[in-house]
Design a protein around this ligand. Structure first.
Ligand SMILES: [Zn+2]
Ligand SMILES: [Zn+2]
Length: 177
């Protein structure tokens, strides 16, 4: 069962143009991939920004931060890449800002409605991409930090003068040098 825009608005907290754009992008990408909503880690999403639309993507694709199949690249681009572990195919969808008519942005409600109803081909570019299979999420054990004593996933501990230290403690130590 697909997520409706209302479902997405409920999750995000409000309707906004960014959410509508993310909704269309995620739907198109899923369709191009021939994938269904991911209850496990079959679909992996790579997002190039962390604004409103990513909440729509999480609803539509089932890729979430907590499941480890949502990867954030802080590149400031309105682009999502979806990868299917089953078909080993990837698609990247981007939003075509130039397609937005003059003056449309000023009325957020009208802009949102427009985004939801305009043909996908008008506002979205979609291409097949070949990417390296993203590493599956792994569970690591936790070890206490030698400085603050809080438990830390072992892959995030850093070695400082023979001690195993968490990242915030490393930053504090570095500041004091
Ligand atoms: Zn929003
Ligand atoms: Zn620490």
């Amino acid at each position: 069962m697909g997520m409706t825009f209302d479902d997405v608005v409920r999750f995000h907290g409000h309707a906004c143009p960014g959410l509508a754009i993310g909704f269309r992008m995620a739907q198109e990408a899923m369709e191009a991939l021939g994938a269904t909503r991911s209850d496990d880690e079959e679909v992996v999403a790579i997002v190039e920004n962390n604004s409103c639309g990513v909440d729509a993507l999480q609803c539509v694709t089932g890729c979430t931060f907590g499941k480890g199949n949502l990867i954030f690249r802080d590149w400031g681009k309105m682009a999502y890449t979806l990868y299917s572990r089953r078909s080993r195919k990837g698609v990247r969808v981007t939003f075509n800002r130039n397609a937005v008519p003059e003056g449309m942005r000023e009325d957020r409600e009208r802009f949102t409605q427009w985004v939801l109803t305009v043909p996908a081909a008008t506002i979205l570019n979609i291409q097949q991409v070949s990417i390296d299979e993203p590493e599956p999420a792994r569970i690591h054990r936790s070890i206490p930090c030698d400085r603050c004593g809080e438990f830390v996933m072992e892959t995030r501990l850093q070695c400082v003068d023979g001690a195993h230290v968490c990242i915030p403690c490393v930053q504090t130590l570095t500041k004091n040098y």
